[in-house]
Design a protein around this ligand. Structure first.
Ligand SMILES: [Zn+2]
Length: 446
């Protein structure tokens, strides 16, 4: 007897396949037509079934900054967007996850209240390379470093020597290093220069973070990664030229994965003028032609992973003066809607490529073999989507801590109807249906 059978959905994979899925003990036990009955039957006729989203980059800020987000609210919002697993960044929690003690505190907090499964990033900062082995032994998915100011004094940027040492140590440990790739020298110098010349804080911000600052940092990080043999993951690449430069390094033999975020595929810098600080992030949103070239790179297969970089802050830090506002976009619920509406409907991006960007490739790159695809024996992490339904994002639909998002008011074709984590429905009919029970997932080194 199966625990759950999902009937008649269209499975998203290399071929679209209409089938039943049976689940036992949280795993996919059988895929086929007319499977026998189960304790729980779910009718998925007319729906598409994706592997549950794996969001490799977000900030739930717990412990220590739960007034910004928190795992209980953040994981519910992730589930509402079709997510079943996330990797939490080492900041903006307090303490930042830069040693084993901080790791243990975060693990305890997340295990208590996450409704989705979760993994943890460690941090790479000046002086903590010696902590990396213990963090690896605890089960981090990799190490995150900033090449420019992180926005938090307790998480200083990695200078070149720290990056070199960290990459070498990560290579020895078999784990990737993720970098925020913007040049400190260029962004800081330009910010000083333009602050004197210009009174509009949006103009100053955009002018201080040009694409060349991203390109310079990508060039340097890929060079050091190739030199050390480390796996490098470049987070939130904002421009088509950035993707192209990283892909060139990969073609030369560097082990590089490229992530972009839905907001770089959806918005342009004109939207910053319209939306204000809610659309402030770093690297910043780019102009329409740069956004289009990012799409060109993604459609050509150069981008492997799309992640939300959900980085919320309280309303008083996202309103008022743009220059002082927190740089981070709260979009954890909108990744799949953006990829379906703008990707599948807008650009003809095949559904199985979407599944690869948000589940298959994240699982492969970060060593999570039990997740990321629909096959017998895999964890039953499933996202049921109605491609024919459209919905406008309203504040009451946002399940995160603060109902702030640049996507509010936008209408998306394609809606998440149900999210299933290891066989248990955690989101359905617009409501969260589970409390806790998310599990810590550690990578299997390949
Ligand atoms: Zn981030």
């Amino acid at each position: 007897m199966f625990d759950v059978v999902i009937r008649g959905g269209t499975l998203v994979g290399p071929r679209l396949l209409e089938s039943d899925i049976a689940i036992i003990d949280g795993k996919i036990a059988s895929i086929g037509l007319d499977l026998p009955g189960a304790n729980e039957e779910i009718d998925a006729r007319g729906l598409h079934i994706f592997p549950g989203l794996i969001d490799v980059h977000l900030h739930f800020n717990e412990p220590g900054r739960t007034e910004w987000e928190g795992v209980a609210t953040g994981s519910r919002a992730l589930a509402a967007g079709g997510g079943t697993l996330f990797f939490d960044m080492p900041l903006n929690s307090t303490p930042c996850t830069v040693n084993a003690r901080a790791f243990d505190l975060k693990l305890a907090a997340l295990a208590q209240s996450s409704i989705t499964d979760f993994g943890l990033w460690g941090g790479l900062i000046p002086g903590n390379v010696s902590e990396m082995p213990e963090l690896a032994a605890r089960g981090v998915v990799g190490f995150k470093a900033f090449l420019c100011d992180s926005g938090l004094p307790e998480f200083p940027r990695a200078d070149d020597l720290t990056l070199l040492d960290g990459l070498r140590e990560a290579a020895r440990l078999g784990l990737p290093v993720a970098v925020h790739a913007e040049s400190q020298e260029l962004t800081q110098g330009l910010a000083r220069r333009f602050a004197l010349q210009e009174s509009d804080s949006i103009r100053v911000f955009l002018a201080s973070r040009p694409i060349v600052a991203e390109l310079e940092a990508i060039q340097r990080a890929t060079l050091l990664a190739q030199e050390t043999g480390a796996k490098l993951h470049i987070v939130h690449v904002s421009s088509g030229r950035g993707v192209a430069l990283a892909a060139e390094a990969r073609a030369r033999g560097a082990d590089v994965s490229i992530e972009t975020c839905p907001h770089y595929l959806f918005f342009t810098e004109e939207d910053i003028e319209r939306l204000g600080a809610v659309a402030k992030c770093a690297p910043p949103l780019r102009n329409a032609s740069e956004r289009d070239s990012l799409w060109t790179q993604l459609l050509a297969g150069a981008v492997g992973i799309v992640a939300s970089d959900h980085s919320p802050a309280p309303p008083d830090m996202k309103c008022g003066d743009f220059g002082r506002a927190w740089g981070g976009i709260a979009g954890v619920q909108s990744t799949l809607p953006v990829l379906l509406d703008r990707g599948f409907y807008g650009h003809g991006l095949p559904l199985d490529r979407i599944a690869s960007l948000v589940a298959g490739e994240p699982a492969r790159r970060f060593g999570i073999p039990a997740k990321g695809s629909l096959a017998t024996g895999m964890d039953a992490d499933l996202t049921l989507v109605d491609l024919s339904r459209s919905a406008q994002l309203q504040p009451q639909l946002l399940l995160q801590r603060h109902a702030l998002s640049p996507y509010l008011g936008c209408t998306f074709r394609g809606c998440v109807e149900r999210t299933i984590r290891r066989g248990e429905t955690i989101f359905a009919g617009g409501k969260v249906t589970a409390y806790g029970k998310g599990r810590f997932i550690r990578p299997v080194q390949n």
